[in-house]
Design a protein around this ligand. Structure first.
Ligand SMILES: [Zn+2]
Length: 498
């Protein structure tokens, strides 16, 4: 019997997923929708800025670049989405993969090579899991590999089985849910969208923060919009460089998709994130391990609005997508809300998705008293390598929603380098433990030493572990230590000199 990829996916989901995960979907936007700009215009503007040739016709379609604060003031969508060139960003384009192309390690990038070498040497990345399937041409289907054994699920391959608890030794479980009762874990993917000011303005009026999963190519295209996300106090995670099915990529490509997005965010926004969300949820233990080695914890979701489908940009009428929202909102009065919260997938993708986000907010708020970014859900007070402190859950729901230590002004730092060094507390490792018995090499620390993190001193320690009754405190992995343990002396110097 022969299955198409889609049939296999549908079968796997209907059979393998428990009923509580019925709302999980792949969150698949089309390629064209994700790329919310005309790249030819952006590239032409970059060339123009680079050559100081301001007499070409393209100039009329571009605008003068100012700064984060003035870009945030623009209220006309067409004006917001006029490309601009920031000279500091233009100067660093040569050090990055081409926007929207599959990333790979650039030939001259010795630091990236050294880190990938260290990751390979660490032993964390399973060597028996290969790149699988292929990128669907439309990106509307699934990347599921035909013939994969979903029954044994050796690679904990989410796209086939919904698996979120790794089989590979030492790899941390995905963050899928929010343990706080009556709580909506608020996450939006695919930004920064050039036309997001109206939505971000709305959140400001509501004193609302959100976890935002930013695409590296969008950060490069819309650096001032990206800076606004942080300036407004939202929580920033990595959503890859070009939004491909990660399990279909080679390990070097998967590394590069994450690594160069981290570098873009560091140089443009000044932070080093410690979380990422796989596009389409497409992840397995090979990809999880590469991300973890870069200090990135894998975040998925447990409820999906499928808002990317909404018309006019998407194929479904508003009413259909609204019904998805209504069904998730109705969970606010379900018995399960008394004991735990949810993490919902929404998108900063099109005007249609952003309108729905705004329209549904009052309904969400009346059903779920707590609508919080994942930092609050997880009591994750240090979500970046840098010293920026986010409110824990009690502080957030008490009205103290703004992080402290945010930059007051932004300057693109083309020389800044994100040094992967996820720490236990910043990765949320206190919230869920790796399978017992991590790798024998350096990088394993005991849960007692990890308990020095911020969660031990606030009111709601270790929430996810409470929910995951099967997860007993055992060993957890310090990804930084894993990476460093495998670095040669030369590579170590290279890291520290930057
Ligand atoms: Zn996405």
């Amino acid at each position: 019997m022969r299955f198409t990829a889609f049939a296999l996916m549908a079968t796997a989901l209907s059979v393998a997923l428990p009923a509580t995960q019925a709302h999980i979907g792949p969150g698949v936007p089309s390629k064209i929708q994700i790329r919310n700009t005309d790249m030819n215009t952006v590239r032409a503007v970059r060339r123009m800025e680079h050559s100081h040739d301001h007499h070409r016709p393209i100039h009329r379609r571009a605008k003068a670049a100012k700064d984060e604060a003035s870009e945030a003031q623009i209220e006309t969508p067409t004006e917001e989405c006029k490309p601009y060139g920031l000279s500091a960003v233009n100067d660093m384009v040569k050090d990055f993969p081409t926007a929207w192309d599959v990333a790979d390690i650039l030939p001259h990038d010795t630091q990236a090579m050294a880190i990938m070498q260290a990751i390979n040497a660490s032993g964390l990345v399973p060597t028996d899991i290969q790149a699988r399937g292929q990128q669907p041409a439309s990106l509307m289907g699934t990347g599921t590999e035909t013939g994969y054994n979903s029954n044994t699920d050796p690679a904990c391959y989410w796209t086939a089985t919904g698996c979120t608890t790794p089989k590979a030794k030492g790899v941390l479980p995905d963050i899928i849910s929010c343990a706080e009762p009556h709580t909506w874990g608020y996450t939006l993917d695919d930004g920064p969208n050039c036309t997001h000011n109206a939505l971000y303005d709305f959140w400001k009026t509501q004193n609302q923060k959100v976890s935002l999963m930013y695409i590296g190519s969008n950060v490069m295209d819309w650096p001032l919009q990206a800076q606004r996300g942080l300036a407004d106090g939202h929580h920033i995670c990595v959503h890859t460089w070009s939004h491909k099915y990660m399990t279909a990529l080679t390990s070097n490509q998967a590394f590069a998709e994450l690594y160069y997005t981290m570098q873009a965010i560091k140089k443009i926004m000044g932070i080093t994130p410690t979380c990422w969300r796989p596009p389409y949820g497409d992840v397995d233990d090979r990809i999880r391990a590469i991300a973890q080695s870069l200090g990135l914890r894998t975040y998925v979701w447990d409820h999906d609005t499928d808002d990317w489908e909404v018309a006019p940009e998407g194929p479904k009428p508003t009413a259909t997508v609204q019904a998805n929202y209504d069904s998730i909102i109705s969970l606010g009065s379900a018995p399960a809300a008394e004991t735990g919260g949810i993490v919902v997938l929404q998108h900063e993708l099109t005007n249609g998705t952003m309108e729905l986000v705004k329209e549904n907010y009052p309904k969400m708020k009346s059903a779920f008293p707590n609508i919080v970014p994942l930092t609050a859900c997880l009591n994750l007070t240090h979500p970046y390598v840098e010293d920026i402190i986010y409110p824990n859950f009690a502080e957030y729901v008490g009205g103290n929603v703004m992080p402290s230590g945010l930059p007051t002004t932004f300057t693109v730092q083309a020389d800044a380098v994100a040094t992967p060094q996820g720490t236990l507390k910043s990765m949320g490792s206190l919230m869920a433990t790796a399978p017992a018995g991590g790798p024998d090499n350096a990088g394993v620390v005991s849960s007692s030493s990890a308990a020095a993190g911020p969660s031990s001193s606030n009111g709601s320690p270790d929430n996810l572990s409470n929910k995951k009754s099967a997860a007993s405190p055992s060993t957890v992995i310090a990804p930084f230590a894993v990476v460093i343990a495998g670095l040669t002396a030369g590579a170590f110097m290279l890291l520290n000199n930057n």
